[in-house]
Structures are given as structure tokens and as C-alpha cells.
Design a protein around this ligand. Sequence first.
Ligand code: LMR
Length: 393
Amino acid sequence: MLTNLQQQPADALLALIKLHNQDPRVDKIDLGVGVYRTGQGDTPVFGAIKAAERKLLETQDSKAYLGPEGDMGFVHALMPYVFGKADPTMGGRIEGMQTPGGTGAVRLAVALAKRAGVKRIWMGTPSWPNHAQIIADLGLELKTFVHSTKAGLVDMDSLRFALTQVEAGDAILLHGCCHNPTGIDYSNDQWDEIAPALAKAGVLPILDLAYQGLGFGMEEDAYGTRKVLAAVPEALIAYSCDKNFGLYRDRVGAVYIMMERPEQVAPALSNGHALARAAWSMPPDHGAAAVRIILEDAGLTQTWLDELDTMRERMRQVRAKLAAAGKAGTVDMTALGGQNGLFSIVPLTPEQILAMREKHGVYMAGSGRINVAGLTMANIDQFIAAVADVTAA
Ligand code: LMR
């Protein structure tokens, strides 16, 4: 029976981690999976997390089960950052639950949409490869539009056209900020147009907010999410703390549901609890508890926000340096300067991406995506020279 299970390809992005680890070259550069790195190339545990973990160690007196919703103190403490301090529940219309990482949040959001009767999900391409995998695995139809043009701009026409094509029972998956893989985000003006257009089209928004704070700041990066939520009756929000608290392997996320009326929230969210129970029962506690401890403590919150500022500023410096380089061979790097978050696309062919790896020890995703945080003032010139080399001739 089990021999029916055919060999599957390894996840291309995760396979890069192993390939990079096996490469003995000392000057290799890892621009693959999306983890933040300091100017020294490290991914340290946040100081605020270390302090919260110490407090957790001292104060946690039980590891008894919490339930499928996880740590609701964590879920609620995040809400002012996501939905605004003035009215984080939007008059009791929003509630959430903890999930295992951002992937768990997207998985649960899509599963909830499916339970509610959604049959098709619209998504701009390119997108994070796992989006399409989750949608396919849950048996929903994927409809695509073009997220961004070759010139590095949002393709609003493609989105506008998609919104004329939506039918009853459709949802749309949008990246809240720091688009993965392009780094090309909607401007505030574009969100101002998109939010009422979603409401008019009657499509269910699923907003993926996995990089809040890595673009322009916690408040700034929530603009689109809040704008959409103010315009539509219902929405699902998938949230990840894996990047903005540096908790990658601890898997810390949340899914939020917004309903038209407060009394609709509990019945809808009970489906999330049922789905979680059948899938993972309960989310891992440790990382979410650490986030809650930070957010309940003004001093630790400030430490965390300062650490986030440092990360963001470093990525801006790297982007500015790439943009200042202008052309690397046939590739114009200028647009990377204005893009946001961890990722950008460098338009290389598959052969050039292979040459980047084999000849120059530069590891990047097959889509041409680079993790800009993998670049440092010490290796950026080497990277630019490698791009120039593989695009020459
Ligand atoms: C990425 O895109 O590199 C991250 O979101 C990590 C992942 O799980 O793919």
C-alpha cells in the first residue's frame, strides 16, 4: 500500500539550506531562505526574546494543555499592533487564535475559507511558493493575476481585471506588506483603491501579514490590512511572528477572523478550533508565551521595537548600496532600493542562477529571489560582481 507513495522533490527553498551548509567555500553567500542576518551574517535570538524566555523559565509553573486556541494572551496582545490601538477588535468583530507559525496561519485561513464554501482563491504571481501548495493541498482552485511588472511596479491593471472576474464563493490572497518574493508592495494610494474594490467585488480577503515591521515600521506596514478591514464585511488575517520576533523555528503565528457582526465571531472561529484540533491539536507554546511576555512589558516592548528598527535600517542600507551599484552586468539593481522587506527578485535565468551557485557560491532561490539580509557590507561587492559575471556574454 505505502509503496503507492511516490518520491516527491524536496522543497526547493528548504533544500538550499542543506546545499549551502554542505558547501566548503568560506566566501559562500546564502541569499536563500528568509531569515534576517546581521551585518556579521548571524541570526541571533532577539535580546527581548532572551529576556522574556528568562522570565518564562522563572515564572511558568505548568505545561498543562491550553487548548486549540493556544495562548490567548499572546493572540490579544498582538491585536493593537495589527488592527490599531484605538479599537483592536473593531467593536468586537475580530477574534483570533494561535497557530504553528505563519504557515499554520495561512493553512488555517484557507481551510476556514473552504469550510465556509470558498471554491477558488485569486492570488498575484509570483507569490510565496507555499501559498499555491497549501491551496492545492486543500483542493481549492487557484486563479492568478500578475502581481508585478518586469519594470518592478505593481501591476494594478491585472488586479483590477481580476476583480471584474471574481464570482460568488471566491477569495483573494494578498500580502499585507514586504511582498514575498518581489519586495514590491502596494502603495498607500493603491491600498486606498484596492480596499473598496474588494468590497465592491464581494470577494473574501485573506491577508497574509508575515513581515510586519520589516518594511517601514509596525504602524506603517499595517496600513493596507487596516484599510481593507475598514472596507469589507468579512476577512481572514494570517499573521506570523517568525520574522519580526526572530522566532523562526519556534513557529509562532496567529489567524484572525473578522465578521460583519460581533455575534457571528464565536461560531465562525469555533471552526478554526475544530480544524486545529484535527490537524495539530494545539500550537507550540514557548515562542508565543515569550512574545506575550514582551508585549505585556513596556520596557521589553521598547527593546523589541528598537531591535526591529535596527533590522529594518540594515536592510535599507543594503538596498541603498545595491541601488547605488546601478547596473551589474545586464541587471539593473536600481529598483531594489525602493523595495521592501527581506526579498527582491534579481532577474536571472535558471542557468545564471546555477552559475551563481556553482561558480560563485551564491545561493538564491530558483525564482531569482534574494534575501537581501544575506548581504553585508563585506560581501555585497562580491555578489554584484557575480551577477555581472554570470550575465556577461
Ligand atoms: C521564505 O519564504 O523564505 C520564508 O517564508 C520561509 C519559508 O517557510 O519558506
